[in-house]
Design a protein around this ligand. Structure first.
Ligand SMILES: [Zn+2]
Length: 128
């Protein structure tokens, strides 16, 4: 009887613990850029500190420049990482030259009906 009571108690405790665990708020999904945000913030803070100390005269020009350069490099790397995660498409290829003569490939600043080089019609020649 005592054993049964003990088991029941243990069961109740375990049950309570389990329920409590599942009642805990689900941790927010970690954003892929979160650690980058933190790194970026840390770098900005370092840069601020660096400037502050430099203004106080605690750093030599050389130390300041070197440290700043290192931090800026780090920052650039973090920003590049951001771009990668954002899935930014590669810059679009340069636009096709417009107003290009389909016959002699001469290009013109303005759309022309007839090519200024060879005199052939600029549109409808090759397309149709
Ligand atoms: Zn032409």
């Amino acid at each position: 009887m005592i054993l049964a009571a003990a088991l029941l108690t243990i069961g109740a405790v375990v049950f309570t613990l389990l329920v409590r665990a599942s009642d805990l708020p689900v941790p927010e999904p970690v954003s892929p850029t979160r650690h980058l945000d933190q790194r970026k913030a840390a770098i900005y803070e370092n840069l601020r500190d660096l400037q502050f100390e430099y203004r106080l005269g605690k750093l030599s020009d050389k130390d300041y420049e070197l440290t700043k350069l290192g931090l800026q490099k780090e920052l650039a790397a973090v920003l590049a990482e951001f771009d990668k995660l954002a899935g930014k498409p590669a810059p679009p290829p340069p636009p096709k030259p417009q107003n290009q003569c389909p016959h002699c490939q001469a290009t013109f600043d303005k759309p022309l009906k007839f090519c200024g080089e060879c005199g052939q019609p600029m549109t409808g020649g090759a397309a149709s």
